[in-house]
Design a protein around this ligand. Structure first.
Ligand code: SF4
Length: 286
């Protein structure tokens, strides 16, 4: 049986930089707080927690004082920075530079649209950490649209400025943008394509990879949005695609009479995890 690992899978540079930052700090100190899961991958979070990374949620963060806290690649709203300033919390900011730039653009878009009674729309997943950070740039006033069926929440008589969460799909974004232009006959619509190409550029490549093997093992944490999206894309070109979040979830029966297996994953799946999955399949002895 041929076993191949997708060379284009593995961490995107934003997640890679945040994980490296955590590792670097944990080499110098035996514990470090991180606000939220550093990456949407349970195995990777467990590995770092053994090194001393303590994941805290926002409820805990807002009770803390005099501490050092790492901010992950997804970014945070201004309220997190404000609380840290008032409570002697040193923030190690590992927000991805692409997300920081997007936050800045949304802030500017919000301030200029307010002057014309405009609305900032964010195409993204409600409640996702990155989206919370983006909505925070608008004092909580941005309208989050998960898909085109939610456009009823928009006032088409007022100016509209559209942004996207970095990991959303390009196709859905373009459909939404087109519909906004159709509906807003008398109001200006400004479209900002802010989708990160670290994810969208993987789509054609992963489609091609998934079509080449008899079985695809897609490796991702259950909480990863881009993991869910890339898995569905693999499944659409190769129905024999299985989702696993750890080697324990591999099922021997999947490999009976299979000629070739391709292993790929999300931008939050470390390359070494794909290699571990490859070794586990190899050890099954097919
Ligand atoms: S997907 Fe893009 S924007 Fe998001 S963390 Fe990775 S590199 Fe940064």
């Amino acid at each position: 049986m041929i076993i191949a690992i997708d060379k284009n899978s593995g961490f995107c540079f934003g997640v890679d930089a945040a994980v490296r930052k955590a590792e670097e700090l944990l080499d110098q100190q035996n514990k470090l707080y991180c606000l939220g899961d550093i990456v949407h991958n349970e195995e990777e979070v467990n590995r770092l927690s053994k090194m001393g990374l303590i994941t805290i949620d926002h409820a805990v963060f807002f009770t803390m004082k005099d501490a050092t806290v790492l901010l992950r690649a997804h970014g945070e709203p201004p309220s997190t920075y404000a609380y840290a300033r008032l409570n002697n919390i040193q923030l190690i900011d590992a927000t991805c530079p692409i997300v920081l730039k997007l936050q800045q653009r949304i802030r500017q878009g919000y301030h200029s649209s307010r002057l014309q009674s405009g609305q900032v729309i964010i195409y993204g997943k409600r409640g996702h950490a990155e989206v919370n950070g983006l909505v925070g740039q608008t004092d909580g006033n941005a309208i989050v649209i998960e898909d085109i069926t939610e456009i009823g929440n928009i006032d088409f008589t007022r100016p509209i400025e559209l942004f996207a969460q970095t990991t959303k799909d390009l196709e859905g974004f373009h459909k939404l943008a087109g519909q906004l232009k159709i509906n807003a006959v008398h109001a200006p619509v400004k479209i900002n394509d802010t989708i990160c190409r670290q994810v969208s550029n993987r789509i054609p490549v992963i489609k091609e990879f998934a079509s080449r093997y008899s079985l695809i093992i897609f490796v991702s944490g259950h909480k990863s949005s881009n993991g869910k999206m890339l898995f569905e894309i693999c499944q659409s070109v190769n129905p024999n695609t299985k989702f696993v979040s750890s080697i324990e979830e591999l099922d021997r029966q999947w490999f009976n009479e299979i000629e070739s297996v391709g292993i790929c994953g999300a931008t939050s799946t470390p390359k070494k995890m794909l290699e571990k999955v490859g070794e586990a399949i190899q050890n099954m002895g097919f």
